[in-house]
Design a protein around this ligand. Structure first.
Ligand code: 5RP
Length: 219
């Protein structure tokens, strides 16, 4: 099984977690794209979706699912999204696709976060994947200096502008043993919009695609 076949398997497996006739949250990335393909098969049973990126919104609209603003709903039954790394406590690094801020906002409103990932994303200690940090453009170099003080090596993701008009710093060489603490610490730096650690709002369910099939792990 290739990595893309695993992403497809887990994207389709997530359909089981979609309550019918409700508004759902939809994430961003290549695994989620398979989930959106799967949603097409039940599109008439989806009231609407709130999406974490312009890219996912376009895909959802293309298959006929109405996309609404988060401000139009008080709650979301479920949020389905991928991850760049996930540990045994269901904490994640996200933001490889630069959508981390909207992902975190939509996840905050959802009753349940279902993480869909292939086995390569499962790690014991997070940090091998560089941690994305969304920053206000004028604060970028200041924030980079502050991140260096925390032991990381921030690299500007050149050419990337987020859907919110901001820049991304990818922080290399972090060994993340206290994800909640680091998430809060980085978010306290002036100029940071948010960082890609999802520790305070970890996943509730992890669907992990392995060569032996999709494993379901509950928090
Ligand atoms: C986008 C994300 C994605 O969920 C993450 O990068 C995983 O992507 P993929 O499913 O393509 O491996 O956080 O900002």
């Amino acid at each position: 099984m290739t990595q893309d076949e695993m992403k497809k398997a887990v994207g389709w497996a997530a359909l089981e977690y979609v309550p019918r006739n409700s508004v759902i949250g939809v994430g961003t990335g290549s695994t989620v794209n398979h989930f959106i393909d799967a949603l097409a098969s039940i599109k008439d049973e989806i009231k609407a979706a709130v999406s974490s990126s312009e890219a996912s919104s376009e895909r959802l609209k293309a298959i006929g699912i109405p996309v609404i603003s988060l401000n139009e709903v008080e709650s979301l039954s479920v949020y389905v999204d991928g991850a760049d790394e996930v540990n045994s406590q269901m904490e994640m690094i996200k933001g490889g696709g630069a959508a981390l801020t909207r992902e975190k906002i939509v996840a905050a409103v959802a009753d349940k976060f279902v993480c869909i990932a292939d086995a390569s994303k499962q790690v014991e200690v997070m940090g091998q994947f560089p941690l994305p940090v969304e920053v206000i453009p004028m604060a970028r170099e200041y924030v980079a200096r502050e991140l260096k003080k925390l032991g990381g090596t921030p690299i500007h993701r050149d050419g990337t502008i987020t859907d919110n008009g901001n820049h991304i710093l990818d922080v290399h060489e972090l060994k993340i043993t206290d994800a909640k603490g680091l998430e809060s610490r980085i978010n306290s730096i002036v100029g940071v919009v948010t960082n890609g650690l999802f520790a305070h709002r970890a996943a509730n369910t992890l669907l992990l695609a392995t060569k032996d099939g999709v494993k379901k792990i509950e928090a």
